[in-house]
Design a binder for this molecule. Structure first.
Ligand SMILES: Cc1ncc(COP(=O)(O)O)c(C=O)c1O
Length: 388
């Protein structure tokens, strides 16, 4: 097997920014990546700001505007304009907030896929109690959801197509454009779960005219647990009134007005209660780093290395549980093994950090901070263990 082909140009991997990289080979960016060095400073800044609260007003000085600042930074990774992203406690709450906007008496079908994250499935199935009908599109072999099957599932009864842009199970990345076009032509909306895409592949929220994007900052965006987000297409922000709400979503929260809510006219209408301030501090350093390295750079790096991993697996006749076509793959490569958990443990003993999921086996994800040598060593270690 040849080495990984050289890149067109070297990128600055910013390895000094991740102190944990000395512990071993981190190939876990689909889950929780290594902590950025500046995350410690950021968390200390949060504690210092809190300590000074009293002589200073932490909310007025910084905390009220932090959600907006982080939201606008995330919007850039999603291809959205400023003012389109509301920070959420996590992705599941972001999805529930969207679900709470729907009225199933008019249209009641929700299209999901078998390869979506469990939260998606759980949240939508519970909507059946208030009149929703779930159309779950099956996968082919647990790896790919055929586009035609998703398109066939959309009709005049569809309220929302709520699917993963990139699957957490197989890293299959859907082409959202035909889905959005068909859904809009039939009067339905589209929500994409971008947790496994944002920060590793290019997203075009505005260009696609997608209605909602949801996700969080833990994975490719190099944040800590947890900070979620919800993007809403600017043209429809004012048309939606989430039942899952709270005082921060009010047009003027500091009026502490009694009675029914008067929603904010901005994306803040999708907020609930007090924002998770430590979560915001913990994700800022990662967002800044990923922005500095630049999405086009890190996406090119990801394709170069994951394609080599795919070839490495194919040459050995391994079961590849991700699409071989880079145009249909996210940042991970899934490889079938007999006992995923056991293989994760044996790799970790050799300082190679990956994880496993049922049916698909190992999930392996290089990010910009990994060297080519690490990616190669990780795969060669797996090859030795698979043989032994
Ligand atoms: C694609 C996808 N969606 C949703 C989630 C869950 O997000 P949260 O825990 O923020 O609800 C994950 C987490 O791994 C994920 O990979």
């Amino acid at each position: 097997m040849t080495s990984i082909p050289k890149p067109d140009r070297e990128i600055d991997r910013r390895r000094g920014e991740f102190p944990g990289l000395g512990d071993g080979i981190h190939l876990l960016s689909h889950s929780l990546g290594p902590v950025p060095r500046t995350a410690r400073e950021s968390m200390l800044a949060y504690l210092d700001r809190w300590r000074r609260h009293g002589s200073e007003d932490a909310w007025a000085e910084e905390w009220w505007t932090l959600s907006e600042e982080v939201g606008d930074r995330i919007a850039r990774f999603l291809g959205g304009e400023p003012g389109t992203v509301q920070i959420q406690p996590n992705t599941s709450v972001a999805l529930s907030t969207v679900a709470s906007c729907l009225d199933y008496t008019k249209r009641n079908r929700i299209v999901i896929t078998e390869l979506d994250f469990p939260s998606t499935q759980y949240i939508w199935h519970e909507q059946k109690r208030i009149g929703a009908e779930i159309v779950a599109v099956p996968s082919e072999g647990g790896v790919v959801t055929p586009l035609e099957k998703i398109l066939d599932a959309i009709d005049d009864r569809t309220a929302l197509v709520a699917i993963s842009h990139t699957s957490f199970l197989s890293s299959h990345r859907l082409d959202p454009v035909p889905i959005i076009e068909k859904a809009h032509a039939r009067g339905a909306r589209v929500l994409l779960d971008c947790y496994q895409s944002a920060g590793i592949v290019e997203l075009k929220a505005a260009g696609w005219k997608v209605d909602f994007l949801i996700g969080g900052t833990i994975k490719w965006l190099c944040g800590g647990p947890a900070c979620g987000y919800l993007y809403v297409r600017p043209g429809s922000i004012r048309d939606l009134e989430p039942r899952l709400t709270g005082w921060i979503a009010h047009a003027d929260p500091f009026r502490f007005a009694p009675g029914a809510i008067e929603y904010a006219a901005t994306v803040r209408r999708f907020a609930q209660g007090t924002p998770n301030i430590p979560g915001l501090y913990s994700c800022l350093p990662g967002l800044k780093l990923v922005e500095e390295v630049g999405l086009p750079n890190l996406w090119a790096e990801s394709r170069r290395r994951t394609q080599w991993m795919v070839e490495f697996a194919r040459e050995r006749g391994w079961k590849l549980n991700s699409p071989a076509d880079p145009a249909r793959r996210g940042g991970s490569v899934m490889i079938g093994v007999k006992d995923g958990r056991e293989m994760v443990r044996r790799l970790a003993e050799r300082r190679v950090f990956v994880d496993a999921r049922p049916n698909v086996g190992l999930r392996i994800s290089p990010h910009f901070f990994n060297t080519d040598e690490e990616v190669q060593e990780g795969m060669e270690t797996l090859a030795r263990l698979k043989k032994g």
